[in-house]
Design a protein around this ligand. Structure first.
Ligand code: ADP
Length: 488
């Protein structure tokens, strides 16, 4: 099958969050299964160019209709760790992708609306007729609208569109001038069944456009797909998703075991497998040495996370004091773009500076993250909501028991040691429901209790988690089923 991914991110060249990892992991796995995959990205100035191999200009005669003019673009081609990537570089006074950061500008709606039109124009002009165009998040929401209302009439009748929602909190609600700029007549789209925003009737919603106009819509876990259809977590998209529920489903993300595997990981102190699990504890010692924690008979509870309200920063703060008061050591690795949250955690760090059982690392540090996954006994993920979440899946691969809130992808991957309706050998962590101190404590208390009182059972839980297969193997099969279904 011939698949084109149109996306604002692809790890490691242009990565802001989990979306970048999904593009890389899914595309790799689709390629391994014999499909032809191409990726179209904006050519940002702030990309990791050191990860692109053989970058060269491949098309220099692309004129993209925009507003009442045509914008000239160059298209570059290069390999990103074996993946074929095209990068679109527009030459206009707006300087769309030379801003030093990926997102966060006032004209983001215009930047990515232009990108959608440019990607289609490029496919048209180079005679690409993929079976599937796979679009991601609000940044590509206008692509299916443009395909079905403009480019189909120019000859692109073949491609079908799969659209994946990675986080519906970011939908891009904007003015209809954005439609006019890419050549669509706003009057045709200002209705509830098309792009009109549910909360602001004068505005249009780009993610909604992607949902309405695609052949199939997915999100990144089955539980999240239900939550956004039936609760406030849909952030206003509930009605639209419900109306389109026949073409909507959840496919759990995978993780890349070539990067996250304690058997082969070069960033940890001692490699290990289920058979040599005792070696995991050499990593615990290494972690203590690195972070200057004392060597005592205590479990290490860890957090590795963006420090965002979505991730439950208030509960993390409570957990630190709860764990320290209940015989644990605590390690946190996190950072936040929000200066207020960063400041709060720096304050906390100062307050706990002399505590030999606690270390807070307020930064982004990929290498330390590996050692924490390997060295900790438990990982805490108290999210308010979590579309999928990679942290719990990575932790389990490293034999670190997850303690998580019952939401989204966390609920689909972590099964409570005491209460899950699953056989014992399939239970792999601790889950709590209520997003408050009592809820959090109810799970932590049980996890810490098991570690101290029944180490044999704790080890079984560890091994159960390590046995799960969260590779891209299963998700890629699901996506191929979706592609085949809409192709027919
Ligand atoms: P999200 O994409 O919402 O941030 P995920 O759980 O899907 O959350 O992915 C988080 C990824 O980012 C994981 O690979 C995790 O190890 C990594 N990560 C998060 N915070 C940090 C940090 N401060 N330092 C290093 N890695 C981090």
């Amino acid at each position: 099958m011939y698949i084109v991914m149109v996306t604002p991110e692809c790890a490691p060249v242009a990565k802001v969050g989990g979306l970048g990892d999904v593009i890389q992991g899914l595309s790799n796995e689709l390629q391994i299964r014999g499909n032809s995959v191409e990726i179209i990205l904006p050519k940002y100035d702030c990309m990791r160019y050191d990860h692109i191999w053989g970058l060269q200009k491949t098309y220099s005669d692309l004129w993209v209709p925009y507003h009442d003019q045509h914008v000239h673009c160059d298209v570059y081609f290069g390999f990103v760790h074996g993946l074929k990537c095209f990068f679109i570089e527009p030459h206009s006074s707006q300087n769309f992708f030379n801003r030093g950061i990926f997102y966060g500008h006032q004209d983001d709606p215009e930047r990515f609306a232009f990108f959608c039109r440019a990607a289609l124009e490029f496919m048209l002009k180079t005679n690409k007729h993929p079976d599937i165009i796979h679009c991601h998040d609000w940044q590509t929401g206008l692509l299916p609208v443009l395909l079905f209302d403009v480019y189909k009439h120019l000859g692109m009748t073949h491609p079908r569109v799969c659209y994946t929602l990675h986080n519906v909190m970011h939908q891009c609600v904007t003015g209809d001038f954005v439609l006019r700029q890419v050549g669509l007549n706003p009057a045709s789209y200002h209705t509830r069944d098309r792009l009109q925003d549910e909360h602001n009737h004068g505005a249009i919603n780009l993610m909604k456009g992607g949902i309405v106009y695609s052949n199939f819509v997915t999100t990144v876990s089955p539980r999240y797909s239900e939550e956004i259809k039936h609760s406030d977590l849909g952030c206003g998209l509930q009605h639209t998703l419900w109306m389109h529920s026949m073409k909507f489903g959840g496919v759990l993300n995978g993780i890349d075991y070539s990067a996250w595997n304690p058997e082969m990981d070069r960033l940890i102190a001692c490699r290990y497998t289920i058979e040599s699990l005792d070696d995991k504890y050499k990593n615990k010692e290494a972690l203590r040495n690195r972070l200057l924690l004392r060597h005592e008979f205590k479990p290490i509870v860890a957090v590795v996370s963006r420090l965002d309200r979505q991730k439950g920063v208030e509960l993390m703060r409570h957990a630190i004091f709860y764990c320290l008061a209940n015989g644990c050591q605590f390690v946190l690795l996190g950072s936040s773009p929000d200066p207020k949250i960063n400041h709060e955690f720096w304050e906390l760090k100062r307050q706990l500076n002399d505590n030999p059982d606690c270390h807070l690392e307020i930064s982004y540090n990929e290498e330390l993250a590996h050692l924490i996954y390997a060295g900790a006994d438990m990982i805490l993920i108290p999210s308010a909501f979590e579309p999928c979440g990679l942290t719990q899946m990575i932790a389990m691969k490293y034999g670190t028991v997850p303690v998580v809130r019952n939401t989204g992808g966390l609920a689909d991957t972590v099964f409570d040691a005491d209460y899950a309706p699953k056989p014992y050998h399939e239970r792999n962590g601790y889950v709590f429901n209520d997003f408050d101190h009592q809820g959090l404590e109810s799970a932590l208390r049980r996890a810490i209790g098991l570690w101290y009182l029944y180490p044999h059972y704790f080890r079984e839980l560890t091994v159960n988690g390590m046995r799960y297969d969260f590779s891209w193997n299963h998700p890629a099969r699901h996506y191929l089923n979706v592609y085949n279904y809409i192709k027919e």
